[in-house]
Design a protein. Structure first.
Lengths: 331, 239
């Protein structure tokens, strides 16, 4: 392995020679063939883990690419002065503006994180960036449409759509105000950002696109692995005993939303099948899952600093709980 | 000769493009995603291909093209490749009893809101319709899914850990968006042969008649035959 001095005098970096990559590739080919021949995929635990892991990653990564695409376009094509103007707007205008943008941005949670990160990095108030990031996966038209279909339309469908949109916005705005209100630096520095010094917009766009996709992608993959592990080893039936208790039942579904890491465009179909739980607990599942789940916790941890996940948890759980209980009283 | 960071990143983009394209061409998508989200895979393959071409074309003289690929970055890029490795190893695997037993939804799925779409059309009787008819008398009348009706089902032997071996429970997973949201639906089968003769997760084809036992629709007098695992192991909620 080659070792090179960094030009700035930083610690030496270890380079990877081409022959090592070539050998690693062929070793992987042999490993894949050997594992397939060994019957490993027939093991129930391995199969459950592997299929859930791969399916979450296959479904999520194209949305990460979409988010990275928007993020790269913002970085490469939107001039600084635009964000300077937005940044000078009072927070009271930025937050509703971010919520309005969230309604029109049809991506699930994996795609909204890179966009929010880029917006905050370019000068948008952190509270507004967080509101956008948390609201977009809940209140966009595709998610609300799938919620309507999952609950069979009619009055129940309408109640769940309105309840989900309202609670989603409340959780997003509350969390944004609680976590980003002081405008403190929230973003964690990334090691690859010194590369983004380009002489053309095309190069800037392509480089931001690839680095955002690969940065977010690896944390989505890690989160998918954790979610798959939880789905493999934790019997969800343990939760049914608490289903009839309003508060505990709601907390159980919030926990389940965290564990399952479902895409917000699909989760309503799963929530609708939790017939043992009351509707308000299902609403909490729908409002909380796109805000914080296993894969998002990993992704947030890599994107934000200052115990972001813990702070989000402390705000989002009580808000979801109280909001869903209020929904139960009103409907 | 060392690789640059640019070639490492480009290799990962190309690998994901190839993997998604392989899923489409080898008809592997139904193993992971349902019909509502299946479009994501070809769209992702095209999007990643475009991203890879743009990256290859526009970053030839960028700083990333002059920087050597480090061990740390290699490990980070390898993490993004992990699902590809798992997908290639798991290309013949399907969910079975373990996953079915872990699923909360499998214990009391509400099929009444699906009854409208189920009742229309001439869809052959399957697990979902049998369980739907059990919970929705209107659907049962409309489709004639009542005791005495002959049925044929293909599914896997669902035997939860520690669960009884009799009656034989035949199940099938239904997915909406991806395998993570799949729901197992099972139907009890009273076979002419001892149920314990069939191992857990074995794929069977069952033909018999519907009967009602303890308020549950079951298949009775069933003839059971082993079948190979189907190419499309999951059924789809046609919403």
């Amino acid at each position: 392995m080659a070792v090179a001095e960094h030009p700035t005098g930083a610690p030496p970096v270890r380079r990877v020679p081409l022959w090592q990559v070539t050998v690693a590739f062929w070793v992987l080919v042999v490993v894949v063939l050997a594992l397939r021949a060994s019957g490993l995929p027939d093991s129930p635990r391995i199969a459950t883990f592997g299929l859930v892991f791969a399916s979450i990653a296959v479904e999520a990564l194209p949305f990460v690419l979409l988010g990275a695409l928007v993020s790269a376009a913002v970085a490469a094509f939107v001039p600084d002065r635009t964000f300077e103007r937005i940044g000078r707007l009072p927070r009271a205008l930025q937050i509703p503006g971010a919520a309005a943008c969230a309604v029109a941005f049809p991506v699930c949670e994996c795609g909204s994180v890179p966009v929010a990160r880029r917006l905050i990095a370019r000068g948008v108030h952190p509270a507004a960036g967080i509101v956008f990031m948390l609201a977009a996966p809940v209140v966009n038209p595709i998610v609300l449409g799938s919620t309507w279909v999952a609950y069979g339309g009619g009055r129940r469908g309408a109640e769940m759509v309105v309840g989900r949109a309202a609670l989603g916005l409340v959780v997003a705005v509350t969390s944004g105000l609680a976590i980003g209100r002081r405008g403190e630096a929230l973003l964690r520095a990334r090691g690859d950002e010194e590369d983004h010094d380009h002489d053309s917009r095309g190069a800037s766009f392509a480089d931001h696109l690839a680095s955002d996709f690969l940065f977010m992608g690896r944390f989505v993959v890690l989160g998918a692995a954790l979610a798959a592990l939880l789905q493999t080893v934790v019997p969800q039936g343990l939760a049914t005993g608490l289903a009839g208790t309003p508060v505990l039942g709601t907390l159980v579904l919030i926990g389940l939303a965290f564990m399952l890491s479902l895409c917000s465009e699909a989760d309503a179909f799963v929530a609708a099948s939790f017939v043992a739980f009351p509707l308000h607990a299902q609403l909490a599942f729908l409002a909380f899952g796109p805000v914080l789940d296993t894969k998002l916790a990993v992704l947030y941890g890599a994107t934000f600093r200052g115990r972001f996940v813990l702070r989000l948890l402390l705000v989002a759980v009580p808000t979801c709980l109280l909001g869903s209980l209020a929904f139960g009283v009103l409907t | 000769m060392s690789l640059t960071a640019r070639s490492g990143r480009l290799a990962v983009l190309v690998a994901w493009t190839g993997f998604l394209a392989w899923l489409v061409l080898a008809d592997q998508v139904p193993r992971y995603l349902g019909p509502r989200t299946a479009w994501i895979v070809p769209a992702g393959a095209v999007g990643l291909a475009v991203a890879a071409v743009a990256y290859a074309r526009w970053t030839r003289s960028a700083p990333v093209a002059r920087r050597a690929l480090t061990v740390t970055e290699t490990l980070r890029l390898s993490a993004v490749l992990a699902p590809i490795l798992v997908g290639l190893v798991m290309s013949g695997a399907t969910l079975g009893s373990l996953a079915a037993g872990n699923k909360l939804a499998g214990r009391g799925i509400d099929l009444t809101n699906l009854a409208g779409s189920l009742g229309r059309g001439g869809k052959p009787i399957d697990f979902l319709l049998v369980r739907g008819a059990q919970e929705d008398p209107k659907l049962a009348r409309e489709r004639g899914i009542e005791p005495g009706r002959a049925v044929e089902l293909t599914g896997f032997v669902y035997r939860p850990a520690g669960g009884p071996g009799r009656p034989l429970r035949l199940a099938r997973f239904y997915i909406t968006c991806c395998v993570a949201d799949s729901v197992a639906i099972d139907v009890p089968v009273y076979a002419t042969r001892d149920a314990s003769a069939y191992r857990r997760d074995a794929w069977l084809h069952v033909s018999g008649v519907l009967a009602s036992r303890h308020g549950e629709l079951v298949v009775e007098g069933a003839r059971v035959g082993r079948v190979p695992k189907p190419k499309h192991p999951y059924k789809l909620f046609a919403l």
